[in-house]
Design a protein around this ligand. Structure first.
Ligand code: FEO
Length: 161
């Protein structure tokens, strides 16, 4: 059984994951508009993953006899100055998501809710991976952003990953 305060926080996080999906979908559209087809594919795949994250939280709330409450998804940014800008925004966003998950873990620990702590462990590992992936791409773009051939190669590579 979930404590009400934790149920509310988990539902807010469902919203945050759905917002992430919406953000990456928007980045995908913008990259597509700018001619970076590989990056558009990469961001579309991220959006799908975020949707799966939201579903994972929803499933857990249901399993714990809680009630899923879907809330409105706020508007997202629609344009980025460059791929570097979009990936820097991605890294910044993933850091925010990590801190949200850490706060959920703090609450689960405080409430001695072991099942929620266990579920959140998967997300803690996932965030390490997501931040590392975004950071590696940002590092590459910071070095090669102004070299069209390097940008072209990165776009091709991300389209296949
Ligand atoms: Fe679901 Fe990228 O955090």
């Amino acid at each position: 059984m979930l404590e009400k305060k934790l149920e509310t926080a988990l539902n807010q996080h469902v919203n945050a994951e759905l917002w992430s999906a919406y953000l990456y979908l928007s980045m995908s559209c913008d990259m597509d508009n700018k001619g970076y087809v590989g990056m558009a594919t990469w961001f579309a795949a991220q959006a799908k993953e975020e949707f799966e994250h939201a579903k994972r939280f929803m499933h857990f709330i249901g399993e714990m006899d809680g009630k899923v409450a879907l809330m409105p998804i706020e508007e997202v940014r629609q344009e980025w100055n460059s791929p570097k800008d979009a990936f820097e925004d991605t890294l910044m966003h993933e850091k925010i998501v990590t801190s949200k998950i850490n706060k959920l873990m703090d609450m689960a620990v405080e409430l001695k809710d072991y099942a929620t702590q266990n579920m959140l462990k998967w997300f803690i590992d996932e965030q390490v991976e997501e931040e590392a992936t975004a950071r590696n791409i940002v590092n590459e773009l910071q070095k090669f952003d102004n070299i069209p051939a390097a940008l072209y190669a990165l776009d091709k590579r991300l389209g296949k990953s």
